[in-house]
Design a binder for this molecule. Structure first.
Ligand SMILES: Nc1ncnc2c1ncn2[C@@H]1O[C@H](COP(=O)(O)OP(=O)(O)OP(=O)(O)O)[C@@H](O)[C@H]1O
Length: 748
């Protein structure tokens, strides 16, 4: 979905702007892949003990495939493969169905079918059934012989019977012809015979005519037989697994209690195997809850055995996921193992074979009817859970984090939430896409800031965007503190929905936030933009919003790639209320993405998803700490544009309340006097620390150190001298400088 695109930053009068808006022109990159054949073969190889002459023959050059054609071909390949499989599958139904019909008929005639049933019953130890079948076979053999005898008798008597019939007919005709001849004025003797022969002739002609249709009739019967065999196979989907249609359940092992117990016994946990082997049938059955249907799979709880020194833990079970999946006749990714509410109980969710690879429906957002959202009371439709239930996410006053490996659907998932959010006209969105390849282009007219690009300048702009939000957050906090009586219930629905109230929702979105956390650049005051130090500007703004923004409707959403401690600081990830992870490489990354509790207690395991195959599949921990694996709806660029257009109509005329925070002016001399308090002298570095604490939002103080303080105070007439070798600020010097300044200003 990432396509090179132009980024334009146009700002409407009512929209706050940030410095550094830029236009980005990115040239489409064209690459032509050319494979050169090896021109010269090996010159000194011995083949069949003969010295081969050096070959000077140049291998023919392979045709160069233009990249466009190559990508079309690779896109067409799965379609061709599917079509081929469909043809093969239906041919198989036809041929195998015909064979079934033939072998059933043959088996019935020869009694082989019953022989097979007897053998199966004997093999299963069902001797009573086998004896019954043997009796049936003996009876049907007797019946068959009796039938043969009857038929033999019949055939033996057939010629005599036929001769008798012909004789009787001729006799009747002869008598009828004599009676006719004797009747005056009636038919003559010959007339009756000629009438009889002409009727006979017509009969023969009819039979001959009917015989001309017999090939067609035979063909119809044959087709009927073939069709019936084909249909029976098709209904049962009786094909080898490699020809099966996806989701048809072919090759699927039905999850029964005995299959589950047997999978547990063979999972490779000796204590569990011993415990199960020592159980009787009733104890084994008691281990399992009823097997319930759950979406496109089934769910069963297993109570782990403890007896004597045998204890099996959930962790041991989870560690054997692959072996358990194999025992259940599934792929590893089709079995999810979590803790159930009851003690010592693990919950298995087992997908129907292949069901997880079936596409889910399109997002409800894409339908025309969805033209408004309400972040205060509504929930964003994001996808479906493994149980097939729609997954809706509450976003009201939630900080959000989406992470995962690259190219697995992070931007698509974040964008679909944003599309829903923007359908609520009361929400003000500021967006920084630090990849900047146009994934959010369609949202540009809808957001109040739009930054797109990966450079340090873009990181600086995103930082300013967040710092503006910190200022706005502080303004809101101060206003509520100062007018506590006016806001007895904090931010109500009415305040939140009123875009002129000054308390409407503000959502700051930074996609590819790792670019900012890892940014090595420093600002003009020498403060780092990236990193996670106390002075790191981006991180500090995130921290402040995550700490205090929620209650005043200022929230932060971030998307990051391939989380590490460096590119996603621990404080920044723990500050998110909603945490979602696409596939990650390791369990430790799952812990970074979702937190230890989600992995340990909740069984969240995004590292067990399949890279490349589970695109858009997220393990989500929501604000209520519920953990769910969600297959998100994919809203492609074209559909996203249509939803954005609806949002544009809904938001037409929206004017957000603006109070620009006044640029804070600080007086260093005054502030130093304040932080020195009653002390005679304080170490310069301690003064710096106190100044930072006094005005945490004043960037100049964040950039101070002992030497810079010494230089700045010197310009204000305060000399920082060493006491015991340590630069120290003397209070009387500060007060003297203050008095001199005041005296000076009085005289001037
Ligand atoms: N929900 C989904 N269902 C199916 N396929 C999806 C889904 N989401 C994304 N994809 C596929 O994955 C591709 C990559 O998606 P996207 O650009 O969102 O990934 P990303 O994780 O943001 O990548 P990166 O981190 O490299 O920027 C999309 O082009 C799309 O083909």
């Amino acid at each position: 979905m990432s396509t090179p695109n132009e980024q334009h930053l146009d700002r409407d009068a009512e929209i706050i702007t940030f410095p550094g808006s830029q236009e980005q022109d990115s040239e489409p990159v064209q690459a032509t892949a050319e494979r050169l054949t090896e021109a010269v073969t090996s010159t000194d190889e011995v083949v069949d003990a003969e010295l081969v002459e050096p070959s000077t023959e140049v291998a023919p050059r392979k045709p160069v495939v233009p990249p466009a054609l190559a990508s079309k071909a690779s896109a067409a390949a799965p379609v061709v493969k599917d079509a081929g499989l469909t043809v093969l599958r239906h041919s198989y139904f036809l041929v195998a169905g015909a064979w079934d019909t033939f072998s059933t008929t043959y088996g019935r005639w020869t009694g082989r079918d019953i022989d097979a049933q007897i053998a199966a019953a004997q093999a299963a130890g069902e001797h009573a059934v086998a004896a019954d079948l043997l009796r049936q076979r003996a009876e049907s053999k007797k019946l068959f012989l009796e039938r043969l005898k009857v038929w033999g008798q019949f055939l033996k008597h057939l010629p005599i019977g036929l001769a008798g019939l012909v004789g009787a007919v001729f006799g009747i005709v002869f008598v009828a012809s004599i009676i006719a001849a004797l009747q005056p004025g009636g038919l003559g003797f010959t007339d009756v015979w000629s009438g009889f022969f002409s009727a006979l002739n017509s009969g023969f002609e009819f039979v001959a005519w009917a015989a001309t249709w017999s090939p067609w009739a035979g063909l119809a019967v044959l087709l009927g037989v073939l069709g019936s065999g084909y249909n029976k196979r098709r209904h049962r989907q009786a094909v080898p697994a490699f020809l099966a249609a996806p989701g048809s359940g072919v090759g699927e092992v039905e999850v029964t209690p005995s299959v589950v117990v047997s999978a547990l016994r063979r999972a490779g946990i000796p204590a569990l195997r011993r415990a199960i082997e020592n159980m009787d049938e009733h104890q084994r059955a008691a281990m399992l809850s009823p097997i319930r249907l759950a979406g496109c799979g089934v769910e069963v709880d297993v109570t782990l055995p403890t007896s004597g020194d045998t204890t099996v833990t959930t962790e041991q079970i989870r560690a054997k996921r692959r072996a358990l999946a194999e025992g259940l006749g599934r792929h590893e990714h089709e079995v999810f193992i979590t803790k159930a509410e009851a003690a010592r109980t693990v919950r298995f969710w087992i997908a129907d074979s292949g069901a997880l690879d079936e596409p889910i429906g399109e997002s409800p957002l894409v339908g025309d009817g969805f033209d408004k959202a309400d972040v205060f009371s509504g929930k964003a439709p994001w996808g479906v859970t493994l149980r097939g239930a729609p997954f809706l996410l509450k976003l009201w006053q939630c900080h959000l984090l989406i992470t995962g490996l690259s190219n697995q659907g992070k931007t698509a998932a974040l964008r679909s939430l944003l599309l829903w959010l923007l359908l609520d006209p009361s929400v003000e969105v500021h967006l920084a896409d630090l990849k900047g390849v146009g994934d959010y282009n369609m949202l540009k007219p809808l957001v109040s800031s739009y930054i797109a690009g990966p450079t340090d300048e873009h990181v600086a702009e995103a930082t300013v965007m967040l710092e503006w939000a910190v200022g706005e957050m502080n303004r809101r906090i101060e206003e509520i503190e100062a007018n506590a009586d006016a806001y007895p219930n904090g931010i109500t629905a009415a305040l939140s929905r009123d875009v002129t109230s000054g308390f409407h929702p503000i959502v700051l979105v930074v996609d590819e936030a790792q670019v900012a956390y890892e940014c090595p650049a420093k600002d003009d005051d020498g403060l780092p933009l990236g990193g996670s130090k106390a002075t790191s500007r981006f991180f500090n703004a995130v921290r402040k919003i995550q700490n205090q923004g929620r209650a005043v409707n200022v929230t932060f959403w971030q998307g990051t790639q391939d989380p590490t401690n460096e590119n996603l600081p621990i404080r920044a990830r723990n500050g998110a209320h909603v945490r979602a992870s696409l596939v990650v490489a390791t369990e430790s990354q799952s812990r970074m993405a979702l937190g230890d509790a989600a992995v340990d207690a909740g069984g969240a395991a995004p590292h067990e998803l399949r890279q490349g195959k589970d695109k858009g599949v997220l393990v989500v921990k929501d604000a209520d700490n519920t953990i769910e694996t969600v297959r998100t709806h994919f809203i492609d660029g074209t559909s996203a544009e249509q939803v954005a257009e609806r949002a544009r109509i809904v938001r037409a005329g929206t004017r957000f309340h603006r109070t620009e925070p006044a640029e804070q002016q600080r007086d260093l001399l005054d502030d130093v006097a304040t932080v020195l308090e009653d002390a005679d002298k304080v170490k310069a570095t301690d003064v710096v620390a106190r100044l930072r604490k006094l005005a945490p939002d004043h960037r100049a103080y964040q950039a101070l150190d002992g030497t810079k303080l010494k230089d700045q105070l010197a310009t204000l007439g305060v000399e920082v001298k060493k006491a015991d070798g340590i630069p120290t600020v003397y209070t009387h010097r500060v007060h003297t400088a203050l008095a001199a300044r005041e005296g000076g200003s009085e005289t001037s």
